[in-house]
Design a protein around this ligand. Structure first.
Ligand SMILES: NC(=O)c1ccc[n+]([C@@H]2O[C@H](COP(=O)([O-])OP(=O)(O)OC[C@H]3O[C@@H](n4cnc5c(N)ncnc54)[C@H](O)[C@@H]3O)[C@@H](O)[C@H]2O)c1
Ligand SMILES: [Mg+2]
Length: 340
């Protein structure tokens, strides 16, 4: 089990290899901004800002009718805030996200204290709930918006030290908060979640929670317990949710996921014996879980928009930039290879 995890880990592409020169300097620049408040304040003056309103990102419609998150110039945001009656100090609450390939620092800012419609009119866009945004944005943009929302949420819920009850203060980048009384340093938190596509060699296993949109199924997922390894969490979740014992595991890839808060999704494939596929679904966790054939999954991958109200139910899968979709697509590729 562990050897297959190791071999897949070594074969997984590093994000830097997908980029051309400049990755190292950009990475070090972002790191410097996290440590140096003066440099970060200067970067903010020339940076790009992604606006949110009560954690919903601002999206603009493109000429092609698609959507993109609005990356506003810092000075434009400052002018808009002033026109809408904010004293200008709000801009300094921006939180550093990253640095673009054009070497511009990227920040996020929640303008929830301003009138939503007035900001939308000024910015020629709309604040769209993050779940809905995820189905409207492309693969490259959704993670940026998710990261921004996760950081803003963490700041909004970490204003006080959980040990002393005293206020915490952030650095300029927003990469940490410090208790004003004890000096305890807090960093943004994530919850590790294992997501696994189980296969019996011919079919793959998908489940749905009652909260999922109608017709949607995904790979099994669950939060890791304190002290568990990834492999232990995976075996426990599969046993708990569908009553199966996993035989082997291989690692695929990972992803930050903003729901319900900040999850760190660790994606794996797992196999069960073809003679041990009888499901015993825990209906307190899952509304349904079923085995699906390659044909069923292949046609579901073609469904790009969820069925409208009143239309007959149809199997559809998580959006392309969700790791669940990636695991399912990898399984389809492997099945086709093994059958050819
Ligand atoms: N990106 C993707 O493709 C994809 C696909 C499927 C699921 N997911 C995500 O995986 C997450 C976990 O899946 P799940 O809901 O089946 O988990 P789960 O099976 O562990 O069940 C959720 C329950 O676990 C408990 N729990 C334990 N630790 C928790 C923590 N740190 N935060 C919240 N609840 C905790 C709670 O009681 C909660 O109701 C979901 O939030 C979902 O958004 C992502
Ligand atoms: Mg689960």
């Amino acid at each position: 089990m562990l050897s297959s995890l190791r071999s897949l880990l070594s074969a997984t592409k590093c994000p830097a290899t997908r980029r051309c020169s400049g990755f190292v300097s950009r990475t070090r620049y972002v790191n410097r901004l996290k440590e140096d408040d003066v440099s970060c304040a200067a970067a903010l003056q020339n940076g790009r800002i992604f606006l949110f309103h009560r954690l919903s990102p601002l999206l603009q419609r493109t000429e092609r009718g698609t959507f993109r998150p609005a990356a506003l110039i810092s000075s434009d945001v400052q002018a808009i805030l002033e026109r809408l009656g904010s004293d200008g100090s709000l801009l300094r609450e921006s939180v550093l996200i990253n640095c673009s390939e054009q070497n511009q620092a990227q920040f996020c800012l929640d303008v929830g204290e301003l009138d939503q419609e007035a900001v939308e009119e000024e910015c020629e866009g709309n604040f769209v709930d993050l779940r809905k945004s995820f189905f409207l944005l492309s693969g490259a943009e959704a993670p940026l918006v998710a990261q921004g929302q996760a950081l803003l949420r963490w700041h909004q819920t970490s204003r006080f030290c959980s040990a002393t009850g005293q206020p915490t203060h952030r650095n300029q980048a927003g990469s940490q908060r410090v208790c004003s009384s004890s000096g305890t340093v807090y960093y943004p938190k994530m919850s590790p979640v294992v997501i696994v596509l189980v296969s019996d060699g011919k079919r793959c296993l998908l489940g749905r929670q009652s909260s999922f949109p109608r017709g949607m199924y995904s790979a099994l997922a669950g939060f890791c317990d304190m002290g568990e390894s990834l492999e232990e969490a995976l075996c426990r979740e599969v046993a708990e949710e569908v009553g199966l014992e996993v035989q082997s595991i291989s690692y695929s890839s990972s992803q930050h996921w903003p729901f319900p808060h900040s999850s760190f999704m660790l994606g794996c494939h797992a196999s069960v014996s073809p003679t041990d596929t009888q499901l015993d679904v825990d209906h307190t966790e899952l509304e349904d879980a079923r085995w699906f054939s390659l044909e069923e999954i292949s046609s579901a991958l073609q469904v790009k928009t969820p069925p409208r109200r009143g239309e007959p139910p149809v199997l559809w899968l998580p959006p392309e930039h969700a790791i669940g979709n990636r695991l399912i697509t990898e399984w389809v590729v492997r099945q086709r290879e093994s059958e050819s």
